[in-house]
Design a protein around this ligand. Sequence first.
Ligand code: NAD
Length: 356
Amino acid sequence: MNYEIALVRGDGICLETVDSAVRVLERVGETSGHRFHTTPYLAGGCAIDACGVPLPEETVRGCLASDSVLLGAVGGPKWDGMPGDRRPEKALLGLRSALGLYTNLRPAKLYAPLRDSCPLRADIVAEGFDLMMVRELTGGIYFGERGRREGTYGPEAYDTEAYSVMEVERIARAAFDAARKRRRHVTSIDKANVLETSRLWRETVRRVAEEYPDVTLENMLVDNAAMQLVRRPSQFDVVVTSNMFGDILSDEASQITGSIGLLPSASLGATKRGLYEPIHGSAPDIAGQDRANPIATILSAAMMLRYSFDLTEEADRIERAVDSALADGLRTADIAAPGAPALGCRAMADAILARL
Ligand code: NAD
C-alpha cells in the first residue's frame, strides 16, 4: 500500500527527531513492501517566520489531504513575545480542530532497562506497568460556558462542564477499540459520586461496554485513580476519562515513566487519519546540538502504523527495535546515568534502524 503522510516538523529539536522517525518509516517501507511518502508542511514558529502565521492554510489543506500527520512540537523563546492568537501553540489547537480530533491516546510504559529513572518505590517498579490513557479532547469543562458575574459574595467566575451521550459513546468506543489491541481491560475514570456529567458518563460507558463482551470494564473515581497510579500502576491497561481529568492524569502517568523523551501520543477522530506527536516540546535548550532523544517521535510513527494504517506487525517491529536498543544499554543524554556515555540523536536512530 501507499500511504501519504503530512510531515509537520515544527521547531527546535523536532527537526532532528522527526527526521529520525522518517528514516525508520522508510526502512520499514523497504522491508514490508509498503510505501510511506512524506510531504513537509510548516507550523509553529517556523511558519510565523516564513508566512507570518502559526498555521498556514496550505498546512491545513495538506494535512486534510493526507492519510495521517506526523508532528514534532512547536514553539521556542524566539516567539514567546507574540500576541496570543499568533503564538506557535495556536497551530496545535488549529490542527486538532481542523482534523476533527476528539480522542487523545497516550501510552505510559515503564521500560525495564530504565527502571532506575522511575520515581516510584522499588517494589512498585518491580511490577512494571504499561498503560494507555484515552482522554476526551474536545468537550467538557474546557469548552463549556464560562464567565464572570456578581455573586452572593461579590465578583465570581464560573466554568461549566457538559457532555453529550454522543461524545461519551465515541470516546468509550475509542477506548474499547484500543483495549482490543492490548490486554482487553478498560478502567473508566469519573467523579460519579458528585458530578451529574460523570453519572451520564458512567451509564453511557457501561452501555457501550455491552458491545465489547471480550473487554472487561471497571469504574473508578478520579481521586482514587490519582492514588492508584502511583500505588499500583500495573493494574491499568486502558484508562478512559474526560478532558480535564485526562489532562491531569496523563501528565501524572507520563511522569512516573521517568522520561518524557520516550513517550509518544496520538490524536484521533472519526476517520482513520490521526495526528501523531511526541509528548515533549521543542526543547530549545538542546536544539541543533544532536542531543535529542528521537524515541518518542519514532514511537509516535509506530502508533501511526498501528492506529491509522492497521499495520500491527510493522508497529510491533519498531517497538521491539526500540526495546532492544534500550536493553542493549544504548542511551541518549536525557536517559543516561550521570557521567555515563550517551549517543546523539542520529546515532540513537541508527542503532534503532540497525535493529529493525
Ligand atoms: P520541553 O518538553 O521542550 O523540554 C523540557 C525539558 O526536557 C528540557 O530540558 C528539554 O531539553 C528536555 N527534553 C524534551 N524533549 C526531549 C528529548 N526528546 N530529548 C532530550 N531531552 C528532551 O518543554 P518546555 O521546555 O517547557 O518547552 C519548550 C518549548 O516547547 C516551549 O516553547 C513550549 O511552548 C513548547 N512546547 C510545545 C509542545 C507541543 O508542540 N506539543 C509541548 C510542550 C512544550
